[in-house]
Design a protein around this ligand. Structure first.
Ligand code: ADP
Length: 485
């Protein structure tokens, strides 16, 4: 199918409040992962376009956008949140066709985008500094000021949510933004630009340059006009972004994925834990940074857990995203190939169960059968590397010490889940796990707009979401005033 009658032109960039083709005039095809067919084209931005977007953001920051009161910024963002909700059905379908995520999950993403904008809208005029007790005759205060112009490079797995958390916090703090969405998932960022326009934001506060990572992404991360860069994506690209930012001596926030462990003890209610655990890996077909990709199970319940998880897998179906199966296709042919490569790497490992591909799934779509491996050695690549697909590994453990050693035994450290009724054990483990977030007897907390999120180790540094993200998008100024007694 072709996308027709969109209310914005996806083959244009959004720079300084105007829509224009890329400097080179080229476009990139957009493929529907459910069918493998091209549905529309987006602009192939070039470094010149990045220059223009950064210049427009500077102008906005020095001009009308930068001059707005915080309360007025908040009102604009609240209006944007309302517009997102009003266009929710269309945004969800657009995302569904662009990234191949089941439509019901895309509706969830729309809600989260609206909620991020609402949360940060409300926070815009509550970003206080402090007064600091100092010597007699002095008053000292801190101000939280915006950096100026911020760059945002986002991936294809949760475009609306990641754009929401990133530009939501940055705009609320008063920065002007330049956004580079993933080439596989740009439509919702462009749709949002049209809503930014409709909400009445001053020109240049939000700019979108679509294109390839090696062209637009690299030019943006290296741009000397940026004051902060935030990136969500792979470790390899994250390293390049940090290197580029280091050359300009600007701060970066990096969220680089994970290999999140779930630790299941033998005292837990398996009816409660297991559907959540499997769902936490199958959401977005496993293409989630916080996917529950490793399940560590205490020996006493190991066989029962494997048997029950296998039974869930056998009911799972991957099919066309608009039809709301358990999972959709992967985002691209390349990603399907990568994930199938990992499954092949499983070699002589035991597959406990596999789901199915729907009979209705078009042959050209990028479907992969959900796959559960059991008895996986904690050092095996399947238990160490981020697969980013519908693949989960189960690993047995003996006791708390063993569980902590295995859980902390990868280069990543994003999120962990603990499943036990023992309160002391919950807290002991939560404190000993090398991760940025720990969930006890639950997982994901419905997106957790309010909850600081980010990793340790190769999962990155800095925190998105909640007030921590707002602080990251400000620079702190200390003012020391001598007034005498
Ligand atoms: P994924 O594995 O999720 O595709 P990537 O790290 O490759 O993760 O991509 C995340 C984002 O980074 C995308 O918007 C992509 O276009 C961008 N990107 C890819 N390569 C580069 C690069 N060399 N410099 C800056 N951004 C890049």
């Amino acid at each position: 199918m072709k996308l027709r009658d969109l209310w914005f032109d996806p083959s244009h960039l959004y720079i300084g409040g105007t829509w224009r083709p890329a400097a080179g005039g080229d476009t990139i095809g957009v493929t529907d992962p459910s069918t493998g067919e091209e549905i529309t084209r987006i602009a192939r931005g070039l470094p010149e376009d990045v220059d223009a977007a950064v210049a427009a953001a500077h102008e906005a920051f020095a001009g009308e956008w930068g001059a707005l009161d915080a309360a007025e910024r908040g009102r604009l963002m609240m209006r944007l949140s309302e517009l997102v909700k009003a266009r929710g059905d269309t945004l969800a379908m657009l995302e569904c066709l662009d990234v191949g995520k089941p439509l019901n999950q895309c509706h969830g993403d729309v809600k989260q985008l609206a909620r991020y904008l609402e949360f940060y809208a409300g926070a815009a005029d509550k970003l206080h500094g402090e007064t600091i007790p100092y010597q007699r005759g002095y008053t000292v205060m801190t101000l939280r000021e915006p950096h100026g112009v911020t760059g945002h490079i986002v991936p294809w797995n949760y475009p609306m949510q990641i754009v929401g958390r990133s530009i939501g916090a940055s705009l609320a703090a008063g920065n002007a933004c330049v956004l580079k969405p993933a080439e596989d998932a740009s439509l919702s960022s462009l749709a949002l630009a049209s809503l930014v326009e409709e909400a009445g934001f001053p020109k240049g506060a939000y700019n979108v340059v679509t294109g390839f990572g090696g062209e637009v992404g690299a030019a943006l991360s290296e741009h000397p006009g940026l004051h902060h860069v935030s990136f969500t994506g792979s470790v390899g690209v994250g390293r390049m972004i940090q290197t580029a930012a280091a050359k300009n001596v600007v701060p970066v926030t990096l969220e680089l994925g994970g290999k999140s462990p779930h630790i299941v003890f033998d005292d837990v209610d398996l009816d409660d834990a297991l559907p959540t655990l499997v769902g936490a890996c199958m959401q977005a077909a496993g293409q989630t940074c916080s996917a529950a990709s490793r399940v560590l199970v205490q020996r006493g319940v190991y066989e029962e857990v494997v048997r029950r998880m296998a039974a869930i897998y056998e009911t799972m179906v991957a099919g066309p995203a608009p039809d709301n199966h358990n999972l959709g296709p992967l985002v691209s042919a390349k990603q399907k190939q990568t994930v199938e490569g990992y499954i092949a790497k499983g070699g002589d490992l035991t597959i406990a169960a596999r789901g199915k591909i729907a009979d209705t799934a078009p042959k050209g779509g990028f479907y992969v059968r959900p796959t559960l491996f059991r008895d996986v050695d904690p050092d095996h690549p399947l238990a160490q590397e981020e697969i980013f697909g519908p693949v989960q590994v189960v690993i047995p453990f003996e006791d708390e010490a063993d569980a902590i050693r295995i859980a902390n035994g990868t280069e990543y450290g994003l999120v962990a889940g603990i499943w036990t009724r023992d309160g002391g054990r919950q807290m002991r483990l939560a404190r000993k796990l090398d991760v940025g977030q720990v969930f006890v007897n639950n997982y994901g907390a419905g997106g957790g707009v309010e909850l600081p999120f980010g990793g340790v180790g190769k999962s990155g540094h800095g925190r998105e979401k909640g007030f921590e993200a707002l602080y990251a998008f400000t620079r702190l100024k200390t003012i020391v005033l001598r007034h005498g007694d």
